[in-house]
Ligand binder design. Structure first.
Ligand code: NAD
Ligand code: TYD
Length: 339
């Protein structure tokens, strides 16, 4: 039976990979891809899908309640991932994070509630849990870990996350939430550490490593995240939260050294820079619930192979990130949609 999913934020990094993943793995599913094309949304991430009858792109802001409602009416379920997503930008200016991540989620929930009968999945993040200490490797985030966000980005995602919880409790809405660790893979905006470092090295520039470089992230390939989102959407229990992670903890220094090695560069290319304000020390996910209840396993995240493939993608697709770094990718929007 054919079914339609409304995806918000599908021109960004995870969104574009999600569209490709679903088109390839769920032949009965069509996607309406609703994205405002902010600085991190890029139609070039969706190149080759223009004529696919199962993918429809709609440019628009999730704060536009009328548009959101009309799109939800045409869909059977909603995968909500549109967001401001970069911690450093949230430290410079938190307003767009509150507007989109909190206000936008409220619009999605209210419009879905009015239409009725649609499951809403929120793509949340492990950053809502705050940080773990380096000297307690036994500690992991579980779904019961208290929400304690530390950056404005994480706080805005946490607000969205608990709003989803409240709409389930108050209105009995059919909602599910995923909280995933750091993703890597193709089409990631080159402000995030992996594409930034790889592209800098190709350009002959140094890589800016924050603080002592010992902060730890749990890295998961974006396709494993996409598969988890599909599983939770299809089979997750209403009102539940599912952690998603790869058991793949790496310090930033270890990650940087691996990238340097893959790029044939030495440690002199590391530029130690001032630490990020409030920099979370360590994220680590216990994903046993989604494994146990939904049979999900990460199958594409094993290191060093998965990182090697991702680095190779950025080397082979230098036109893509050069156009992002230079801003040329935006020329297309101007032509297509006006300034
Ligand atoms: P991204 O910045 O690459 O993409 C975000 C997309 O949302 C862009 O296409 C942008 O145009 C769109 N968008 C922003 N504001 C909008 C608005 N008001 N209306 C409509 N569209 C809007 O981010 P990403 O890394 O792909 O992250 C996607 C989601 O996954 C986010 O919700 C993020 O919090 C979550 N997440 C990301 C990671 C990660 O490692 N990247 C990990 C866990 C969770
Ligand atoms: P990032 O990719 O921004 O993801 P997040 O903050 O959501 O985890 O950063 C990943 C890690 O890399 C984080 O600990 C900060 C660090 N980092 C640097 O050391 N230098 C950089 O230039 C950037 C962007 C990040």
């Amino acid at each position: 039976m054919s079914t339609t999913w409304l995806l918000t934020g599908g021109a960004g990094f995870i969104g574009a990979n999600f569209v490709r993943f679903v088109l390839a793995n769920r032949t009965e599913v069509s996607i309406i891809n609703h994205d405002a094309l902010t600085y991190s949304g890029n139609l070039e991430n969706l190149a080759g899908l223009e004529d696919d009858p199962r993918h429809e792109f709609v440019k628009g802001d999730i704060l536009d309640a009328g548009l959101v409602r009309s799109l939800i009416e045409r869909a059977d379920a909603v995968v909500h991932m549109a967001a401001e997503s970069h911690v450093d930008r949230s430290i410079l200016d938190s307003k767009p994070f509150i507007d989109t991540n909190v206000g936008g989620t409220q619009v999605i929930l209210d419009e879905a509630r009015k239409v009725g009968g649609r499951r809403v999945l929120l793509v949340s993040t492990d950053e809502v849990y705050g940080a773990l200490p380096l000297d307690r490797p036994d500690l992991l985030f579980t779904e019961e870990t208290p929400i304690a966000p530390n950056s404005p980005y994480a706080a805005s995602k946490a607000a969205a996350d608990v709003l989803v919880r409240a709409y389930h409790h108050t209105f009995g809405m059919d909602v599910v939430t995923t909280r995933c660790s750091n993703n890597f893979g193709p089409y990631q905006f080159p402000e995030k550490v992996i594409p930034l470092f790889v592209s800098n090295l190709i350009e002959g520039k140094k890589v800016p490593l924050y603080g002592d470089g010992l902060n730890v992230r749990d890295w998961l390939h974006v396709d494993d995240h996409c598969e988890a989102i599909v599983r939770v959407l299809e089979d997750g229990t209403a009102g539940e939260v599912y952690n998603v992670g790869g058991n793949n903890e790496r310090s930033n220094l270890e990650l940087t050294r691996m990238i340097l090695e893959l790029m044939g560069c030495g440690e002199e290319m590391i530029e130690p820079v001032a630490d990020r304000l409030g920099h979370d020390r360590r994220y680590a996910i216990d994903a046993s619930k989604i494994r146990r209840e939904l049979g999900w396993e990460p199958t594409r995240s094993a290191w060093p192979g998965a990182l090697e493939e991702t680095v190779a993608w950025y080397r082979e697709n230098d036109e893509w990130w050069r156009r992002v770094k230079s801003g040329a990718y935006r020329d297309y929007y101007a032509q297509q949609y006006g300034e």
